[in-house]
Design a protein. Structure first.
Length: 288
């Protein structure tokens, strides 16, 4: 919603001020200039990136428009899953724990947290490190180092669309100059035309520069910053898992280990202690 509101304000102020100064809005309507800039930018983007990143970039833009960041329910679900697993690590046999992590889709613990279960990568991350814990001979600092490596790798992959889209956005002003130069070439071919006709052609050419700068700084740049913000907040879920499990491995009881994870959540979005305690009370202890 913020993106749409921002685009309306930006376009309204620019076009409204142009008209207020006496400009004719029809002069800005140059579809082929836009085709040159947009087509060259998108074509270069496709040439520069594997199709996997192209598809992920489209997905990331969709997430940005929807502001698809973890909500309170998702934070509570991940804390509830971790609490149930840590509790079972203390009270149940290895075989019982393995039944949950080998097939999380059939686990009543994960089924009670659908927002986590549908995040396949995060579910595998949790299961992999629970499996390392139940093996029993890995030390906490070794697990923490391994987690840090994987978390950094995950973040690197999640931000590939951000870097790819940033590069495309940075190129738009230069591509706008290309469109303007093509317009000037067209104008020079009509040098013998009356000044009114020639002025219109030159004005149309300059629209290319205007569109290139506008797309770069007023459209693409804010969008990619939103992509980065959304993906970074999604990545915070991995840090919660890390801090919680490392605290547990270092001797904290499940209730205290959860607090280590809860404190890594931004204070603007962090669920209250009471809400977390309620989730622990409602955490499933056996299959229905």
């Amino acid at each position: 919603m913020n993106i749409i509101i921002g685009l309306i304000i930006t376009s309204g102020c620019i076009l409204g001020s142009f008209m207020a100064m006496g400009g004719e809005i029809e002069a800005l309507f140059q579809p082929f200039e836009l085709v040159i800039i947009g087509g060259a930018g998108i074509g270069s983007f496709i040439m520069a990136n594997p199709m996997k990143i192209v598809r992920d970039s489209l997905k990331a833009l969709g997430e940005a428009f929807k502001h698809k960041i973890p909500k309170d329910r998702e934070y509570l679900d991940i804390l509830a899953v971790l609490y149930s697993l840590m509790r079972d690590l203390r009270t149940k046999s290895r075989n019982e724990i393995e039944a949950h992590i080998d097939n999380p889709q059939e686990s009543f613990i994960f089924q009670g947290a659908p927002t986590i279960l549908k995040n396949t990568a995060l579910t595998h991350f949790i299961c992999d490190y629970i499996r390392l814990i139940i093996i029993g001979n890995a030390r906490s600092h070794e697990i923490e180092a391994l987690m840090d490596e994987e978390i950094n790798s995950v973040l690197h992959d999640q931000l590939k669309p951000y870097h790819a889209l940033t590069t495309m956005g940075d190129a738009f002003p230069a591509i706008g100059i290309v469109a303007a130069v093509l317009g000037v070439i067209k104008a020079m071919a009509a040098i013998n035309e009356p000044p009114a006709v020639l002025g219109h052609l030159i004005g149309s050419a300059l629209v290319g520069t205007f569109l290139g700068i506008l797309l770069s700084y007023c459209v693409c740049s804010p969008l990619v910053q939103q992509v980065k913000a959304v993906r970074t907040k999604q990545h915070r879920l991995y840090v919660i898992v890390k801090q919680t499990l490392i605290a547990y491995m270092n001797g904290s009881v499940p209730q205290v280990a959860l607090e280590y994870g809860r404190k890594t959540i931004s204070s603007y979005e962090r669920p209250s202690i009471d809400a977390v305690e309620q989730e622990m009370m409602n955490a499933p202890s056996k299959a229905a």
